[in-house]
Design a protein around this ligand. Sequence first.
Ligand code: V55
Ligand code: FE
Length: 486
Amino acid sequence: MSHNNVGMQFPDELTFKGYAAPVRIEGHVHDLEVIGSIPAELEGTYYRNSADHTYRPRHPNDIFLNGDGMVHMVRFEQGHADLTTRFVRTKKFELERQARRALFGSYRNPFTSSDAVREEDHNTANTSVMLLNKKLYALKESGRPYEIHPDDLTTLGETDFDGQLTSQTFTAHPKFDPKTGECIAFAYNCEGVASDEIEIYIINKEGKFTRSERFKAPYCSMVHDFLVSENYIAFVICPMVCDWDRVKQGEPYWHWDSSKTTHVGVIPRDRGVKAIRWFNVNKSVMQTHTFNAWEDGSKLILDQFVTESGWLSQFPDIHNPDAHELPPFGERWTVDLSNDSDSVEIKRFINHIGEMPVIDARFAMRRTRHFWFGTNNTELGPMLEPGPKGPPFTCLGHFDEQENKLDFYYAGPNSSPEEPCFVPRSPDAEEGDGWLLSMVGRRDENRTDLVILDARNLSQGPVAIVKFPCRVHEGFHGIWVPSTQK
Ligand code: V55
Ligand code: FE
């Protein structure tokens, strides 16, 4: 007799093969191997989130964004480093574990789920990690935050912040004001289904929501990231749209609609949504992720990565199915708040492809000098085989705007760095003085390293390499929490 164990064979697709294959190992490695020595000032923990499918998906072409939240933590203590990996115990995770197979269908589409769970929350909590009022959360923009324990990553439960969060969702890209300690966040698709409403939140450093209010966007779209300066909140609305009738037919949640144009909404932090102003960009482009926003007199400046195409590797173009995804470049968008013009001035300020932008967060919301990102540079090494997200990064980039200088770290043959994380040398070090941490895929060895670089001297190569004995799944976004801040 044999069992037809359909639940456990992953599809023969890029998302489930090679360096992208599910890892699913929850574990702990004490005292990782270290090449070189870990800087004495690195005392604290790097947390980052990833999407690691627990089960064969119900639909073989499931996208990597739909994997289950798996948090990776590397704790640095007196020159030693320890690794912990753990799935977030979402409702979805628990129900599927009980059933020993996938019950939920494709990305955010309840109509493709099994009948038994159609009304259940499909939140995977897989995108980023947030520290708010000394508590740690795993975030996904299509659901509420899950609190996790900062020492062992066990799940403490989904939260609505004691009833303060009025939406069913919460962004994976909250911003923190280094001067006030406030968290500025938002929710879109607030009731858990497609809608054109966005809710903004200002949360003080004790975790109290001091402003929660909604406004209407020009249309319902994916609002993955946003921008905050000292006095303004800005949303870039791009035509990655959701049409609930298509979702009901089992189609992908998002599609690219290049017949729509791009809009920028600007909200003063003090007056809120009643004072919102809209600016127009007369083409369809997509903000992928943001560096920072800052003010120069009456001008508001938005530094971000923007691509001229949609995110076509994940979500189709409804007008042109043959369109190709184009790489993002660093763009500086400027709006003038002193007159009635609705125009946006756009310039390329980093003349190099890139994604996963990072600044020194202590200087957020003011003009910054230093910009870091993941990238490729074929002068240093060849492109790698495309994975489910397209071509992996082979390099990290650093743009020093004051010196107008681009510097690169090339990770070596068949090696792929991921989103960098900036760690200041000390709380009062000057901007950019510190380290850049990045997980690096060692694809030939099916293993992951964490490299530590001097953030202002990437081309010099790592000051230390923390070697994992195994692979951890490629991830999205991470944070550094100093040991003094826990
Ligand atoms: C993004 C990532 C997501 C998601 C929507 O990077 C957008 C963009 C990891 O999940 O659900
Ligand atoms: Fe993101």
